[in-house]
Ligand binder design. Structure first.
Ligand SMILES: Cc1cc2nc3c(=O)[nH]c(=O)nc-3n(C[C@H](O)[C@H](O)[C@H](O)COP(=O)(O)OP(=O)(O)OC[C@H]3O[C@@H](n4cnc5c(N)ncnc54)[C@H](O)[C@@H]3O)c2cc1C
Length: 370
């Protein structure tokens, strides 16, 4: 993208070193910009939603809860991730083995409703590969351990996933290797701490603080999610598997080394307190019902975080004052759409306009930077 080599400014402060902040800091620095990155937490991204996420890249599966613009961004991002990852200092687990959707016999009506929604998405976003119906033999061919347990399923081909923690670490290592980057940990900042463009100040400030921006972006809310990481040497699953359920839909996202992320609850609440007994029981029982090998799994972590979300559940760019850009509202799709938001941000920073934003119907939400 030429926009990156044509930045009309030489220095930027990026607030928030979660998913969006790290991606932008790397891209700006690689484009020759002097970057200062500030985060309220430490380099392990302990305060970021990005650290606990499953990092599934599943635009068709997510279309059950996301509008076509988000689905299109997700499709775009699946193609962009390999290029972005290739520019990092460390390798990151990334795969596109598709998403498997399964249901127990009694939940067939719920599954039929979902299939209708996904089929409608296929009509609205025809560039997505079509879903495939599976019988037990088809499921067994993809995931040998599951064919005995499930009679029907869906494969959403080419959907992806990556390892969120490897990504955060690789972005950090990349930033550490660029001399023009300075990182400040345990250094919370607000927009009032900067006067972009003034003497001795960064020329631009980019706010990627997720829920940490709430004091200045009142419409933001948290959507609580609880996830469980288990180590399960007896479980072999190659791709993210989603269980359709009327009360507690579940996903199991495999990570390297027989680690599995089981999630996630979705509760309208800013509550960051530890996971409830009820959520933990539901997630673990549902996972055990998918694969009995989880019985002997070891629970490595039970984590809670809140997804930064705007009233319409869509991401947004904002310019509260000259020289300042805010990116927020990534909700439950941050990894799925971040490359699209990154490219839009770089276009905006370079030219004040973004053709890509119009393509994803985000144009009306943008104000141009001066
Ligand atoms: C349980 C769960 C599961 C998820 N699963 C998926 C998934 O499978 N696929 C997917 O695409 N997305 C998923 N997500 C969503 C994804 O994690 C988020 O959309 C994404 O992390 C948001 O990125 P962000 O950079 O805006 O915010 P964050 O990643 O939260 O980063 C914000 C950063 O700002 C810092 N900060 C806060 N206040 C300040 C301050 N005052 N000064 C400086 N720094 C500050 C924080 O410490 C943090 O590091 C999931 C989220 C959750 C919670």
């Amino acid at each position: 993208m030429n926009a990156q080599s044509a930045l009309p400014f030489g220095s930027a402060a990026v607030l928030g070193a979660g998913l969006m902040g790290r991606l932008l800091a790397v891209t700006l620095a690689q484009a020759g910009c002097k970057v200062e990155l500030f985060d309220a937490g430490g380099p392990e991204a302990d305060g970021a939603a990005a650290r606990v996420a499953a990092a599934m890249l599943a635009p068709l599966a997510e279309s059950a809860v996301a509008p076509p613009s988000v689905v299109r961004m997700g499709h775009y991002a699946l193609e962009r991730w390999p290029t972005l990852l290739a520019g990092l200092a460390q390798s990151v687990f990334f795969q596109r083995e598709g998403t498997l959707v399964l249901w127990h016999r009694q939940d067939a009506p719920e599954a039929a409703r979902l299939a209708r929604v996904l089929s409608h998405t296929g009509e609205l976003v025809p560039e997505l590969p079509a879903m495939r119906s599976l019988d037990a033999a088809g499921i067994a061919a993809l995931e040998p351990a599951l064919g005995q347990r499930f009679a029907q399923g869906l494969l959403l081909p080419d959907e992806g996933q990556l390892d969120n923690r490897e990504l955060l670490a690789a972005l950090l290592a990349t930033l550490q290797a660029i001399p023009e980057v300075r990182m400040h940990w345990h250094a919370p900042r607000t927009l009032d701490d900067f006067r972009p463009g003034d003497q001795g100040q960064p020329e631009r400030v980019i706010d990627c603080r997720g829920l940490g921006a709430r004091a200045q972006w009142k419409a933001l809310r948290g959507v609580r999610g609880e996830v469980i990481r288990v180590h399960a040497p007896e479980v072999a699953l190659r791709r993210p598997t989603r269980l359709v359920h009327p009360r507690y839909p579940l996903y199991i996202a495999p990570k390297p080394g027989h680690l599995f992320v089981i999630g996630a609850t979705e509760i309208e609440s800013d509550d960051m307190s530890p996971a409830s007994v009820r959520s933990t029981l539901e997630l673990l029982s549902a996972a055990y019902a998918v694969h009995s090998g989880f019985a002997e799994a070891r629970i490595v972590e039970i984590a809670t975080q809140c997804r930064p979300t705007l009233p319409d559940n869509l991401p947004a760019f904002r310019q509260p004052r000259p020289g300042v850009m805010q990116i927020n509202g990534l909700y439950r799709h941050g990894f799925m759409i971040a490359p699209a938001l990154l490219d839009i941000a770089m276009e905006l920073l370079a030219t004040g306009h973004s053709a890509l934003a119009s393509r994803f119907a985000l144009a009306t939400r943008l104000e141009t930077l001066p």
